[in-house]
Design a protein around this ligand. Structure first.
Ligand SMILES: NC(=O)c1ccc[n+]([C@@H]2O[C@H](COP(=O)([O-])OP(=O)(O)OC[C@H]3O[C@@H](n4cnc5c(N)ncnc54)[C@H](OP(=O)(O)O)[C@@H]3O)[C@@H](O)[C@H]2O)c1
Length: 346
C-alpha cells in the first residue's frame, strides 16, 4: 500500500527566534512495504517530542552540532528527527513485527523509515498513556532525574531553585526535589504557571520572573538563607542572579540556556569571584550520558505515578502540521509542561 507521508522541514538555517515561515510541510508518496532482509522498519508516528535544543541543530553553527551525536545539524529540506513513540507498519528487520509499539528516533512527520542502525526499541507501556513515554517516562524525565540526583547530588533539606519550572524538565525537577525532602522554589513566566507550581505541583514557593525588575533581590527574598542547588534551564541574567545568592559549596546543574538559544549575543556572566570563594560547582550535562540510570529512573518514576506522588504535566498539540507552532511556543513561554505533538491515533 502507498501512503502520502507529510513531514516538517526547515527551509534554511534558523539563526534567531523561530517563525512559522522558517518551516515547510512536505508530502511524498511512501510504499508501506519492505523486503525481508532489508533490515529497515517503517513506523507510523504516534507521539513526537518537541524540544528547545532543536533550535541549536537548526542554526548555521552551534556548539551542539560538534559536541553531541544527538544534536548534529539539521539539513534544510530533510525531515527533523526527534524522540517519539509509534507503531510498526512494515518490517524487514527480524527484531520487529508489524503492530509492535516502539520508541526511538522518529521524526516530525507521519511516518519514519528506520535503518538497521537507527535507534528503536520495543516499548512496554506498562499501562501508562503512550504520550508519557515521550515526556515524563522518556528523555525529559531522565533529564530531570539524572540532572537532579546525579549532577546536583542533593542532601535532604537543601534549598533548591529551578528556572523554567513549569516546563517539561523543570516541573519534574521540582517534584523530585520535593519528594526527596528539599525546599523548592521555581520561577516561570506567568501568574497561571506560578499558581500551578504552588497549588498543583507542591513547590514551596514560586514567582513570575517577568514581573521582577531586580532578580538578585528577588532571589534574596525567596531564599533569605541562600541557595544550595540551582537547576538552570535558562542561563542569562537569572544565572548571574543565582550565583550572587548561592551558598558555600553550592551546585549549579546547567541543563540548558534557553534564553541564550535565540540571541547569539546573550550570555550569562556570573561573578566568577563568587564562584571561587563560595567554591561553587557549575556543571553542564546531557541526559544522553545517563542512559545507565534509565532503568532506575523508570521504575522510580512509574512508582511515583502509580501512587500519585508525581503529577504528569503534558501540553499536546494535534497533527503533524502543528509541529512548527508547537516548537515556536517553547520560545514564547506558551507551553505548560511537556510539549508533544500527537501525530495519529494508535
Ligand atoms: N541537558 C539535557 O540533556 C537537556 C535535555 C532536555 C532539555 N534540556 C534543556 O532544558 C531546558 C528546558 O527544556 P524543556 O524541554 O523542559 O522545555 P520547557 O521548559 O518545557 O519549555 C521551554 C520554557 O522555557 C521558558 N523560556 C523560553 N524562553 C525563555 C527566556 N528567554 N528566558 C527564560 N525562560 C524562557 C518558557 O517558560 P517560562 O514561562 O518559564 O518563560 C518555556 O515554556 C532547555 O534549556 C533545554 O534545552 C536539556
Amino acid at each position: 500500500m502507498d501512503v502520502i507521508n507529510r513531514y516538517v522541514t526547515i527551509k534554511s538555517h534558523v539563526d534567531g527566534a523561530p517563525q512559522e515561515s522558517d518551516f515547510e510541510l512536505k508530502a511524498t508518496p511512501l510504499a508501506l512495504s519492505l523486503d525481508p532482509g532489508s533490515n529497515e522498519v517503517i513506523v507510523k508516528n504516534l507521539y513526537v517530542s518537541i524540544d528547545p535544543y532543536q533550535i541549536n541543530r537548526m542554526k548555521s553553527y552551534s556548539s551542539s552540532q560538534k559536541n553531541s551525536d544527538f544534536a548534529v545539524g539539521i539539513i534544510p529540506g530533510e525531515a527533523i528527527d526527534t524522540y517519539g513513540v509509534g507503531k510498526v507498519v512494515a518490517s524487514g528487520n527480524p527484531e520487529f513485527d508489524k503492530g509492535d509499539i516502539v520508541a526511538g528516533l522518529l521524526n516530525w512527520g507521519e511516518y519514519t523509515v528506520i535503518k538497521a542502525s537507527g535507534m528503536l526499541n520495543k516499548l512496554n507501556h506498562m499501562g501508562f498513556p503512550l504520550s508519557y513515554h515521550v515526556g515524563i517516562l522518556g528523555f525529559s524525565g531522565l533529564t530531570a532525574y539524572a540532572g537532579f540526583f546525579e549532577v546536583c547530588k542533593p542532601k535532604k533539606g537543601d534549598k533548591v531553585f529551578v528556572s523554567a519550572a513549569s516546563g517539561s524538565v523543570g516541573n519534574l525537577v521540582g517534584q523530585f526535589a520535593k519528594l526527596f525532602g528539599c525546599y523548592v522554589v521555581g520561577c516561570a513566566g506567568s501568574k497561571e504557571k506560578v499558581a500551578l507550581l504552588k497549588e498543583k505541583l507542591g513547590f514551596d514557593d514560586a514567582f513570575n520572573y517577568r514581573e521582577e525588575t531586580d532578580l538578585k533581590s528577588t532571589l534574596k527574598r525567596y531564599f533569605p538563607n541562600g541557595i544550595d542547588i540551582y537547576f538552570d534551564n535558562v542561563g542569562g541574567e537569572m544565572q548571574e542572579a543565582v550565583i550572587d545568592n548561592m551558598n558555600i559549596n553550592g551546585k549549579v546543574a546547567v541543563c540548558g540556556v534557553i534564553s541564550e538559544y535565540t540571541d547569539n549575543e546573550k550570555r550569562a556572566a556570573p561573578r566568577m569571584i563568587d564562584v571561587v570563594y563560595k567554591r561553587i560547582k557549575i556543571q553542564g550535562f546531557l541526559a544522553g550520558d545517563y542512559l545507565n540510570n534509565f532503568a532506575d529512573f523508570l521504575s522510580t518514576t512509574c512508582d511515583h505515578l502509580r501512587t500519585g506522588k508525581i503529577q504528569p504535566l503534558e501540553d499536546i498539540s494535534d497533527g503533524v502540521e502543528s509541529a512548527p507552532s508547537a516548537f515556536i511556543s517553547l520560545f514564547r513561554g506558551q507551553n505548560i509542561g511537556k510539549k508533544i505533538v500527537k501525530i495519529a491515533e494508535e
